[in-house]
Design a protein around this ligand. Structure first.
Ligand code: MUC
Ligand code: MG
Length: 376
């Protein structure tokens, strides 16, 4: 009987490390491999689902590391939902919240695996379980983050020529502000009229530095500035945003849950919000944050943490359901890895990433790849 078949029978968490094609530098860290926890969840009826929790350089982008996530999944989160009906997603989320504070990325990986397993059991894509897809492809940008402008221009030229990406997000904040401004000027000149640029400072600047640099970025044509100041400083975001000559601001590290989103809306601290499963503790949490943003007239941006095709597919399933996704998405992750974890990676074409078809997430874990990248 269907109800019995949908009970969660087993959960397994595996740490994997996948090398990147080049060094990726952010204000606070730099990576040459991406580390994920892959969650495999089996239902009593036999259907299996997968989910992914991404990190960036250990516990430096946020507080979660793959080692901590695996420990907390094994000891607290998996036992809290074993035997429970996998299709009662809100009830699962409540149990996970009662078992552990925060641990949002770990919770998201379990919830994703439950959605995938139920979708496969019922023969429906995850998007259908979330309200249904409004689009089957999403504009996707590429991130320039080597820190070397000559290399970055060459990389952007290759992406443009291949018609893969025409919006580029530049990671700034690792260099001194004046050096970053000179780097940005070179990129803006080289790509003028052919590509759109946005930047992400990952909280690197104080308010004074941001007040000096933001008008320069606007004058270079930069379309969006992500998290210029520390996550705690919503007041600075709001004051900067009110200054003439400030480009639109994108909230990232300052918005984890729906309460954070409400605070950003009340402070009028952002024009758009970057939505990520690792921050919002799952697909339903991501939709809750998006609803608050929509209610406040704040635009949606499909954020990432350099996920493989597993995590990227989960994001595309929920992003596809929004009526509007004003700023497109940044799920280029599968393209920056030297290998993927699925049998058929996501399709990138004509400046878009395509929503995979098929039940569940629409991607299938490649067991050989999982063995290859699993941490010994
Ligand atoms: C972030 O802060 O947005 C996503 C892409 C990238 O290069 O960094 C990340 C995280
Ligand atoms: Mg960011």
């Amino acid at each position: 009987e269907l109800r019995r078949d949908l009970a969660i029978a087993a959960i397994d968490a595996t740490i994997v490390d996948v090398p990147t094609v080049r060094r990726h530098k952010l204000s606070q860290t730099s990576v040459t491999a991406q580390s994920y926890v892959i969650v495999r969840l089996r239902l009593a009826g036999g259907a299996e689902g997968i989910g992914e929790a991404a990190t960036l350089g250990g516990p430096r982008w946020s507080e979660e590391s793959v080692e901590a996530m695996k420990a907390n999944i094994d000891a607290y989160l998996a036992p809290a939902v074993l035997g429970q009906p996998a299709d009662r997603f809100e009830a699962l989320g409540l149990r996970l919240d009662q078992a552990a504070k925060r641990n949002n990325a770990a919770k998201a990986a379990i919830e994703t695996a439950a959605f995938d397993a139920v979708g496969r059991a019922l023969g429906l894509p995850v998007s259908a379980l979330l309200g249904g897809a409004s689009r089957d492809r999403i504009p996707v940008l590429w991130t320039l983050a080597s820190g070397d402008p000559a290399q970055e221009i060459e990389e952007a030229e290759r992406k443009l020529a291949a018609r893969l990406h025409r919006t580029f997000k530049v990671k700034i904040g690792a260099l001194a502000p004046a050096a970053d401004m000179a780097r940005m000027r070179r990129l803006a000149q080289a790509l003028a009229g052919r590509a759109e640029l946005i930047v992400d400072a990952n909280q690197a600047w104080d308010e004074t530095t941001a007040a000096r640099c933001l008008p320069q970025l606007a004058e270079m044509g930069v379309a969006l500035v992500e998290q210029p100041v520390p996550a705690w400083n919503l007041g600075a975001m709001a004051r900067l945003r009110a200054r003439p000559g400030t480009p639109p601001l994108l909230a990232d590290e300052c918005v984890f849950d729906a309460h954070d989103m409400l605070a950003v809306a009340q402070a009028a601290a952002a024009d758009a919000v970057s939505l990520k499963l690792v921050k919002h503790a799952g697909l339903l949490g991501l939709r809750r944050v998006a609803s608050v943003a929509e209610a406040a007239g704040i635009g949606l941006y499909g954020g990432c943490l350099l996920e493989s095709s597993v995590g990227a597919a989960a994001h595309l399933q929920v992003f596809s359901t929004f009526r509007a996704l004003e700023w497109g998405c940044e799920h280029f992750g599968p393209q920056i890895l030297t290998g993927d974890l699925v049998t058929e990676p996501l399709r990138f074409e004509d400046f878009h990433v395509h929503l995979p078809s098929g039940p569940g997430l629409g991607v299938t874990l490649d067991p050989a790849a999982l063995r290859r990248y699993a941490r010994p």
